[in-house]
Ligand binder design. Structure first.
Ligand SMILES: Cc1cc2nc3c(=O)[nH]c(=O)nc-3n(C[C@H](O)[C@H](O)[C@H](O)COP(=O)(O)OP(=O)(O)OC[C@H]3O[C@@H](n4cnc5c(N)ncnc54)[C@H](O)[C@@H]3O)c2cc1C
Length: 407
């Protein structure tokens, strides 16, 4: 993109690190952070997390930077994204992605990883995007946003683009794409302002990009996946899991219904109170300091839809339930082996990796240009044609770099 005049339009506000760490207050405080959304709900009550702020959801990510070979190979082979591997290399370097040192795993997370290995799962310290290992104090509050600025997020790319001459306009929501003679000619923002541009790249995320496309008369929004997850909790006699890295290791099982990812995780206080079975909390699980927790994540089927008015349809399919069931059973076994008692599972189906709503081969072609519309590109999780079942930031970043080199 060097030498091009670039304008970035972002619906949400800019966030400073000192405002972070209390993010989920937004769920109960409508005025907080300019009504920054923290989740959407499907008609069938699936909860889908995504945020609206400069830097998007990466600001509230757990810092996992995962390069899954199968995802990379499928994108390269099926969609002919040649040179993608180099883009992954660069993305890994620029996001500081590297595995946590084994000695940084402490307390319950360490115990859980050892027991997972003992039960035959491939469990390894997670690869994290930590800018410098010394700033991170392992407070375990990554999903609230990092007050110390220890983990990488995409505000770094934006800052570097602005330094090189790009303009960033926050609190500017795009309504639709301006089309002239089958070509993109700019966008119309919510206040009806028209902003002209030679090339338009939509990157509003899988819950919003399809809304903009549909409002522009382009079919999109089918095939939503979210990488469903549930948490399994058990009560621990001693020791707490709240100290140390969030999701410090990944245990994987791959193949058929045994395809899931397990990672140590305890919800933040608000989510914990909302999603843990109430009777279990009353029995003694009220204090988060007394629990051990594992998150089970699956690659779900692309069964959901996002409508032009933002209405979402998404519920687990039979295959999703079978896959999740196998993962939950494995997580319960690991917790029991680690000494946890009275195991309980969160009931609500949640997902934090929405994607697939403007997929390659369906809405966009293999250059990420929208079928039939010149100069209109999509470059976010919407273009992923299958659920990765693993944290997708590194993949989305690599795809972004791939497009940037070709424009
Ligand atoms: C709590 C949480 C933890 C996560 N942890 C990890 C992790 O550890 N590792 C990992 O790989 N992934 C993680 N993820 C997932 C990851 O953050 C997302 O998959 C990724 O950020 C998606 O990128 P995106 O560009 O598609 O969309 P987003 O990051 O959602 O960005 C879309 C941006 O577009 C803006 N926007 C929306 N509509 C408009 C509009 N109309 N006009 C202008 N701007 C608009 C939004 O405000 C937002 O800033 C996590 C997600 C959450 C919510």
């Amino acid at each position: 993109m060097r030498g091009k005049s670039v304008l970035v339009l972002e619906a949400g506000p800019e966030v400073r690190n000192d405002q972070l760490g209390t993010m989920w207050a937004a769920a109960v405080h409508p005025g907080y952070f300019n009504r920054m959304a923290v989740f959407s709900r499907s008609v069938e009550s699936s909860v889908i997390y995504h945020t609206s702020n400069v830097g998007g959801s990466t600001v509230f990510a757990c810092g996992n930077m995962i390069r899954k070979q199968e995802v990379e190979e499928r994108l390269a082979a099926v969609f002919g994204l040649t040179g993608l591997s180099e883009c992954f290399d660069e993305a890994e370097e620029e996001t500081f992605a590297r595995p946590l040192p084994t000695e940084s795993l402490v307390g319950a997370s360490k115990k859980l990883m050892e027991e997972a290995q003992g039960l035959g799962y491939s469990a390894k310290p997670a690869s994290k995007g930590l800018i410098d290992g010394t700033t991170c104090k392992g407070c375990g509050k990554c999903v609230l946003g990092c007050q110390r600025g220890a983990k990488w997020d995409s505000r770094r790319y934006l800052a570097s683009a602005v330094k090189r001459g790009a303009t960033l306009r926050s609190r500017t929501r795009v309504n639709r794409v301006l089309l002239e003679g089958g070509k993109a000619a700019g966008v119309v923002v919510e206040e009806k302002e028209i902003i002209k541009g030679r090339v338009v790249i939509l990157a509003a995320g899988a819950m919003n990009t399809p809304v903009i496309l549909q409002r522009s008369g382009i079919e999109a929004g089918a095939g939503l996946f979210v990488d469903y997850f549930k948490c399994v909790y058990g009560m621990a006699d001693k020791g707490t899991q709240l100290k140390g890295q969030t999701m410090a290791f990944l245990a994987e099982a791959a193949g058929g219904e045994q395809d899931f990812m397990i990672s140590p995780f305890v919800d933040d206080p608000l989510q914990y109170a909302l999603f843990c079975p109430f009777s279990w909390q009353i029995r003694g699980g009220f204090f988060r300091t007394r629990v051990m927790g594992l998150m089970v994540k699956i690659a779900d089927e692309r069964s959901g839809t996002v409508r032009p008015n933002g209405k979402i349809r998404k519920k687990p399919t039979q295959a999703d339930r079978i896959r999740m069931g196998a993962g939950l059973k494995a997580a319960a076994k690991i917790l029991e082996a680690s000494g946890a008692k009275d195991i309980a599972t969160t009931a609500v189906w949640r997902g934090a990796h929405p994607g697939g709503t403007a997929a390659m081969g369906e809405v966009v072609d293999c250059t990420l240009e929208v079928h039939g519309i010149e100069r209109l590109y999509v470059c976010d999780a919407s273009v992923l044609p299958f659920a990765p079942g693993r944290p997708p930031i590194l993949t989305i970043t690599a795809i972004g770099k791939w497009l940037g080199k070709r424009l």
